[in-house]
Design a protein around this ligand. Sequence first.
Ligand code: ATP
Length: 512
Amino acid sequence: MTQEELFKVLVAHCKEYGFIFPSSEIYDGLAAVYDYGQMGVQLKNNIKEYWWEAMTRLNENIVGIDSCIFMHPKTWVASGHVAAFNDPLIDNKDSKKRYRADVLIEDYLAKIEEKMDKEVAKGRKRFGEAFNEEQFRATNPNVLREKAKYDEVHARYKAAEDTNNLAEYKQIILDCGIVDPISGTANWTDVRQFNLMFSTQGSNTGNQDDVLYLRPETAQGIFVEYLNVQKTGRMKIPFGIAQIGKAFRNEIVARQFIFRMKEFEQMEMEFFVKPGTEMEWFAAWKENRMKWHVALGMGAENYRFHDHEKLAHYANAATDIEFNFPFGFKELEGIHSRTDFDLGNHQRLSGKKIQFFDPETGESYVPYCVETSIGVDRMTLAVLSHAYTVEQLENGESRVVMKIPAPLAPIKVAVMPLVKKDGLPEIAQKVVDELKYDFSYQYDEKDSIGKRYRRQDAIGTPFCVTIDHDTVNDGCVTVRDRDTMTQERVKIEDLRDMIAKKVSLANLLRKL
Ligand code: ATP
């Protein structure tokens, strides 16, 4: 199966087992908007809890807030979103579909990279042990030809990006022969800038000036509450404010599922520091955030930093944590050193003094800020895509198992009486009563045990507990492990500790 096909299977699996549904599906759905079902919401809540506790409980100097989606319109002037939160768009006149011009070019460049990688893989196969990748890349004519093409297009693209040259974007698309995947033609319109913010009317008067935006990021809610939190919490620099909440962007998307949505959730933390110390904090937060990801056990090799070549005008350092999604390494989280851009602009536009008085030096200053920003939905997709596994079993059958990190699994334990009689359901109910205060659970007494195991595998339940006839006499149950499929007899009174060891969030947090 190609990665693309695998992705389609994953999307279908997410729907079939109640993780994620297309929004308003009975009306044929709404592009780039998705709903979380009964499993998805628990997974998402667990991810949010992991982040929230890691930020606000493990760091004494980080506190959380919950600010509103609507904010004073001047907020978005100060933040630069009104003037510059744009994407370069291009339409295909035949398919009538709209694309991001920069994404079309980046996809084209990624294809060239793929071709080079394929040549390298061929070389590795041919030369075996003696293969020297560096030398091969420097000398193989096919690789060199592709590399020259890549470098030329990449240089033109970066120059166009730096100078915001929309005509050049179009020229690159035409020169590279990039066609619309639907119509197959290069019948393109000119490239135009398109602001990504959704807006709505603030009052009932219909007055044009009374526009309210749906926040495109949660961060600005933190900046405008900086003074309130600092004063009421008597916070001393350095300190952070964390927030989880919805954000909205009118994204032009093509088949990316919950990777890029119009309505999504962000987990953002703004860490306020003394000017001049921001690079140390930037480095510290890079390390801290990578550790948070790797602790989940989804493979350190599936993450990498991607430092930004071109910095936004307000940033003096920026990096992405990229994850190995089914469609390649893509941004999962952004870490930015944002200087005093946001607080400085809010101070200017509001006329309120937004500064920190340092009692030790007697100085007042506008703090600098290091931001960590991750999408809950993208994180959910990272977990789901990594978890989806098809395994061949010894009996010739296969099983689909979601190897979701146990502390994040929507259901932690399934309780199953072997049969619906002989007093076994009653004991099972007692087991449920013993476990339900600590763990999310499902009770299942339908179908064969094998079928019930498959159902739990498909939603990623780490443990299945079976009550059988021996339980009546010895008070032990069979605990089956999702990943190894091994079974173990455990006393009912020991169940809670055994399950907690693997699924508790506290144990995961202890690794940080
Ligand atoms: P991209 O380059 O992929 O559009 P971005 O650089 O615009 O992302 P940021 O503004 O840095 O993203 O937002 C921080 C995080 O919010 C991203 O790393 C991502 O996880 C998440 N995010 C941003 N836009 C979306 C979206 N449309 N849908 C889902 N998650 C998003």
